[in-house]
Design a protein around this ligand. Sequence first.
Ligand code: TMP
Length: 208
Amino acid sequence: MTPGKFITLEGGEGVGKTTNLDFIVSRLRDRGLEVVATREPGGTVFGEAVREIFLHHAEVRPEAELLLLFAARVHHLREVVEPALQRGAWVVCDRFTDASYAYQGAGRGIDRSVIDFLRDWIQAGLRPDLTLLLDAPVDTGLTRARQRSGPDRLEREDIAFFARVREGYLALAQAEPGRIRVIDAARPLAVVQAAIASQLDLLLSGRV
Ligand code: TMP
C-alpha cells in the first residue's frame, strides 16, 4: 500500500482558506482518491475541546497557547492523520505546525528552538508533502475575518501582530521553498484556484 500524501493549507486571517480547502478536496476526490479533510486546532473530540479554550478563553498565555496546540496536535496525529496516511488516504489539513511557528513563534515571540523541540517530539519525521501558503496583505484579510460573526480571541489581536505572523509565514516559505508554495491570495478566486490546481497537479504527478 502506498502511503497517502499530506497537504496543509496555511495563511493569515480571512485569506479564503475554507473555500480553497473545499476546492482542493473536491479536485482530489475527482481523481478517485480517498481524502480526509481536517483542521487544527481540532479534528478530534479532544482537539475540538482544546480549540474552544484556545479561541474563546478570555486570557491564554503564549506558552499555554503553544502547549494547547501541541496537545491537540498529538491527538490529531495519532487518531486521524497517521492512520489515514497509512491506509493510503490523502489528508488535507486546514493549518498545521507552520501556524505554530508563524503565530506563536513570530507573532508571540516564542523562541523557535522550543517549537522545534515540540515538533520533533510529537511528529518525529512527519512533515507535510505540500503546504500551500495563501498570502494576502493583512488589512484585507483581517477586515474580512472580523466581519464574520463575533471575532475570536486571535482575530481581536492588533494589526502589528498579524504583520509579524505574515512575515513569519513568508520566512518559513523562503527557508523551505520545495515544500511551502506561496499563493498570492489577493487575486480573484479563479486565479488563486488555478494556481492551487497547478501545485496539486505537480504533486499528483509525483514532481513535488
Ligand atoms: P482558523 O483555522 O479558523 O483560522 O482559526 C484557528 C486560529 O488558531 C487562527 O487564528 C490561527 C490559530 N493557530 C495558531 O495560533 N497556532 C497554530 O498552531 C494553529 C494550528 C492555529
